[in-house]
Design a protein around this ligand. Sequence first.
Ligand SMILES: [Mn+2]
Length: 314
Amino acid sequence: MAEKNIYGNTPPMLGAKNLTETDDYNTDVLFYGVPWEASSTWGDYTGVELGPKQIRLSSERYSTYLPELDHINVEDHLSFGDVGDVAVNPHNVPETVGIIEQFTEKLWNSGKFLVGIGGDHSVSYPIVKALTNTGKKVGIIHLDSHYDNYEDYHGDKYARSTPFKRLYETEGVRNESLIHAGIKGPRNKPENGKAAKEAGAVTLTINDIREQSDLKAYANEIYDMAAKDVDVVYLTICSDVLDFAFNPGGPVDGNGLNSYELLTMIYEFGKRGLCGMDYVEVYPMQDANQNSAHFVSTAVLYVLAGHIDGGHHK
Ligand SMILES: [Mn+2]
C-alpha cells in the first residue's frame, strides 16, 4: 500500500513508494507525471494535463499480477517509486520544456527504469533530450497514429504536434533508429511523411504491422531497428495508436491497434531491454468511464513484465 498520497486524494502510481520528498531514488522503477497541455490542436479536445492524476487514481484498482503472462507478479521482481509531478509553468512553454528536461535528467542519472505519465506528446521531447544529456545515444520506438513532427504549430515549436521534429534535430538521437510505428490516417499530412523521410527516420504504418503473420517476431524486428548503433532504446506511446474503440479517452482515430496487439508488442520491446517509457495523450474529461486512464496501468505492467522476463532487472 502507498505510504501517503502524492497530492489531495491521489495515490502513488500502482501502489508505489512515495518518493516526492526525497532524492534517494532507491526503487527499481521511477514513475513521474507531467501534467502538461501546451497548444491545443483541436479546440474542444482538451484536459490532457489531468492525465497523471486520473491515471494514478485508476491505478489503485490494480495489483501487479498478470495471470496471462505465466502468472508473473511484477512487484515480486521490481520495486516501484513515484517521484510525483513535474512542476510545469502553464504560462511559459519554453520554460516548461526546460523544467521537464531538468527534472528528468536528474531521474535518468539515477539509472533507474523511468515511466513518464502525460500530459500531451510535447513532453517526450524534453524527456528524451534529457536522456541524451547523460551522454547516451538514443533510439526511439514511437507508437502513434501520427508523426507529430511539424516544424511548429502556429509558431509554437513545442506543441504536441512537433516533438519528433525537435528530436530529429537533437544530436544524441539517431534518426535512423527513430521508428514511427502505427502511423495511419488523414490527420497526418504529406509534409509529415516527407519530414520523417528527410530526417532519415523509419515509418511503419498500421498496415505494415497488421500484415505481419507473427506480431511478436515483428516487434523484435522493430526493436532491432531502434537499437542499431545506439546505447539505449526509449519507448513513447501515444494513446491513439490504439483504435478509438479501445481508447475512448484519447484522440479520435480509428483503424488502430487493438489492446492485445499493443500489449503484445510492448511486452516484446520490454523483453529486449528498454531504458524507459512514457504514455501520453490521455484525456480524462473525454472519457466517462476512464477506460483510457485505466489501460495505462496494464500497458506499463506489460512493459515491466517484459523487462523482467528479458532478464534486465538487477
Ligand atoms: Mn497521435
